[in-house]
Write a protein that binds this ligand. Sequence first.
Ligand SMILES: *[C@@H]1O[C@H](CO)[C@@H](O)[C@H](O)[C@H]1NC(C)=O
Ligand SMILES: *[C@@H]1O[C@H](CO)[C@@H](O)[C@H](O)[C@H]1NC(C)=O
Ligand SMILES: *[C@@H]1O[C@H](CO)[C@@H](O)[C@H](O)[C@H]1NC(C)=O
Ligand SMILES: *[C@@H]1O[C@H](CO)[C@@H](O)[C@H](O)[C@H]1NC(C)=O
Length: 482
Amino acid sequence: MSVPMLKMGLVLSTMAMLTNWMSQTLPRLVGLDQTVARLGTSEKFISVVYPGQDEGWQVFGSVSDVGGKCVCRLLAPPLNHCRKEPRTTRLRQIAEHVQNVSQYLEMLDWRTSRDLQHIRDTEKKIIGVEMRVKTALNNPRTVTDKVLQDLEQSVLECIPLRAVLARFKSEVLKVEVLKREMERVSSSLNQEQTHTYSSVHQLEQREIQLQSRLHTCASSIGCGKLMGISNPVTIRSFGSRFGSWMMDSMISSSDERVWSMDGYFKGKRVFEYRSLRDFTTGHDFVVHQLPHPWSGTGHVVYNGSLYYNKHQTNVIVCYHLLSRSVLTQRTLSHAAYNNTFPYSWGGSSDIDLMADESGLWAVYTTLMHGGNMVLSRLDPVSLELVRSWDTGFPKRSAGEAFIVCGSLYVTDSHLNGAKIHFVYHTDTEMYEYTQIPFHNLYSHISMMDYNPREKVLYAWNNGHQVIYNITLLQEVKPFTDT
Ligand SMILES: *[C@@H]1O[C@H](CO)[C@@H](O)[C@H](O)[C@H]1NC(C)=O
Ligand SMILES: *[C@@H]1O[C@H](CO)[C@@H](O)[C@H](O)[C@H]1NC(C)=O
Ligand SMILES: *[C@@H]1O[C@H](CO)[C@@H](O)[C@H](O)[C@H]1NC(C)=O
Ligand SMILES: *[C@@H]1O[C@H](CO)[C@@H](O)[C@H](O)[C@H]1NC(C)=O
């Protein structure tokens, strides 16, 4: 990705016409203008570049949502595509041919018109001579020495015509050569036209693909790779050093309520606010008294239910907030608990529940996994394990973790200077190390969760409730030549 992007500066203007066509016609062709953009997104055509013969034409498209939180980027066509560009060398040769031919034609034209004048003049003289010879033949007595002398003079004057005619004869050969030359030029031009046509045709095909890919990209917007985290905005300053607060994480939910759960040890009281505004002012809340106390801060509200870890157990409880009743509870098999493998800040944060675009997840570890973080997809109704991944990252070395689009992001500390340090991708079962910084405004973070509906991170920052915006990037794979 970075190499072609770096080369964006190397835009060549040699093929200005094609570039114009690309930048003016292409966006319209692929429908990349605001009018066709999905509601809440802005689809944007970025640019067409020609980094060089090795890479051919490249088209960059991008789609981003209104807040710019998500960006889809696409690069097409791929390397090697439209390699026939530029045709400048061949075109230059043809132009040279044409110039040579036209120079020669000019010279020929000048010579011919001069010679033609001479032939016309000579023609008059020949007619004169012919008439006088006729007269002399009809009337031999009038032929005097003087007349013969005049006649001889007139005939002499016609003699240069032979040279002119000889030149004409040789010129005819040159005209033959010229004719062949013109044929060559015209066939080269024909070839060139075919090349141009096939390049343009290929590009048109690419645009159609580009359109469909960008639209796919736009429809899956909100899923992508975490690129950056904004500065935090403090929503409220309330509660103790440790705690948890959230909104419903299910994308299709329209629930505006905010829940907060202060403390990590044996808590039972859940505060419910009607909206973020009510939460900010701290007014008008209702309290849920949970039937079982909680441990840690890894709670999540998903589809109207609060999921939490039952105190000093590895049981997950699903508490339905509307009916104020426990719908399900189930043991998370082998999961360590009771502050055995917490995050770096402790606080019995052994089991962290979270949700992304695709559903409910649990992060924990087991003795078998030697304390390395295990990521499991949970069925939100039965709480059964659907599938698990061993991330290989030691849970005690993690500050916090949250999941975005099936990728687990792990911070390296709960203190100042913390960064997103480790990422585990469930789709590829691969991990990578990153350095995505974020501002730990109040020095201690005991909860950090992604809300896919709002596309923000919620954090409990040392008794302050903060929100971070994030930037997600979705890179669409370059086309493969088929
Ligand atoms: C997130 O972005 C939105 C839209 O740009 C903005 O209104 C909001 O204040 C931002 N929030 C944070 C926490 O930066
Ligand atoms: C054009 O003419 C020049 C000089 O006569 C010659 O060197 C050159 O090769 C010619 N170019 C072509 C394309 O025939
Ligand atoms: C959300 O809960 C409702 C019942 O409250 C259920 O019908 C629906 O299937 C649930 N959706 C998801 C995605 O779990
Ligand atoms: C949990 O840890 C506490 C303190 O270390 C201990 O007193 C308690 O017995 C433990 N409970 C279980 C169920 O392991």
